[in-house]
Write a protein that binds this ligand. Structure first.
Ligand code: AMP
Length: 274
């Protein structure tokens, strides 16, 4: 099912040359992503328009490297939708048992342990949402693909939709800093805005600045899950960089500084790719 036409809500024209936003803008609410989060039976009420160029990007990097934050910033800069597979599974978690497919319930167990959800389930989820790949605003895929098999399936799906990846942004950060970032991360239960207890605290402790929702630590950000996720990342996801390097679309980005500085590096890299 297609996304509905946009409502009256204002959507800015976007382009690579826009100014880098301030830190406050990090917590602006995401655009409507119903079709992605809940599946094709829930079309988006609001889809991007006046997007000068639809960027189709994959964001790579270990958990905690700041992909989610960069995705929020890039959404504002480029007008592209933030498509996170982790958000799909977390949304499914908040549904009632009867509203979830058995495959989704099984996926919850993997996620709770910090393991990867099996490719077959993830690819089924992608197939249901394949229309999002040709959204006129473009997309920022975050958390997918995570294995070479998923990357190959994505290439096939993109070809079917007659679109291609513009770049694969690989955010790089030393492991000690990854652990520090993850343990302090807090996410809004309602709108999914991301904060950090020291790096990006909310105005009121435990409360989302944007929607007043509760800020929680994700189950998979607990130390025992983080350890598993890092091992899983090294084993399964690192080979993706080789895959995309061979395709000529890999763009390494140093993510050691502030979100704004990382965004500036990213925008510079995109600008040079035209
Ligand atoms: P994330 O928010 O991307 O860190 O994802 C949270 C969790 O969702 C992961 O630890 C996995 O259990 C699951 N997950 C999300 N995306 C994928 C994927 N592409 N392949 C397998 N599992 C995934």
């Amino acid at each position: 099912m297609k996304c509905k036409e946009p409502s009256q809500k204002n959507q800015k024209s976007t382009g690579v040359a826009q100014a880098v936003p301030s830190t406050e803008q990090l917590t602006q609410p995401n655009r409507d992503r119903s079709a992605w989060l809940k599946g094709p039976a829930f079309p988006c009420e609001m889809i991007p328009q006046n997007v000068a160029r639809p960027w189709r990007l994959v964001l790579l990097g270990a958990p905690g490297v700041g992909k989610g934050t960069q995705a929020q910033l890039l959404t504002q800069q480029l007008g592209a939708c933030h498509l996170s597979t982790g958000d799909i599974f977390r949304t499914a978690k908040s549904l009632g048992e009867s509203e979830r497919s058995p495959a989704m319930s099984a996926a919850m167990d993997y996620m709770r342990r910090g393991d990867l959800v099996p490719d077959a389930t993830v690819l089924q989820v992608l197939r249901e949402r394949v229309n999002c790949l040709r959204c006129r605003g473009g997309f920022l895929l975050d958390g997918f693909p995570r294995t070479v098999a998923q990357a190959e399936a994505l290439q096939a799906a993109l070809q079917e939709q007659n679109v291609a990846l513009d770049a694969v942004l690989d955010f790089e950060l030393p492991i000690d800093e990854v652990v520090a970032r993850l343990s302090g991360r807090r996410t809004c239960e309602a709108c999914k805005a991301v904060y950090h207890v020291t790096g990006l605290p909310p105005k009121k402790q435990g409360v989302c600045d944007q929607c007043g929702g509760s800020l929680v630590q994700r189950e998979d950000d607990r130390p025992e899950s983080v350890r598993v996720r890092m091992e899983v990342y090294e084993k399964s996801t690192a080979p993706l960089t080789d895959f995309y390097r061979r395709l000529g679309v890999l763009v390494p980005i140093r993510a050691q500084s502030t979100p704004e500085a990382t965004l500036a590096l990213t925008m510079g890299a995109l600008r040079s790719r035209g």
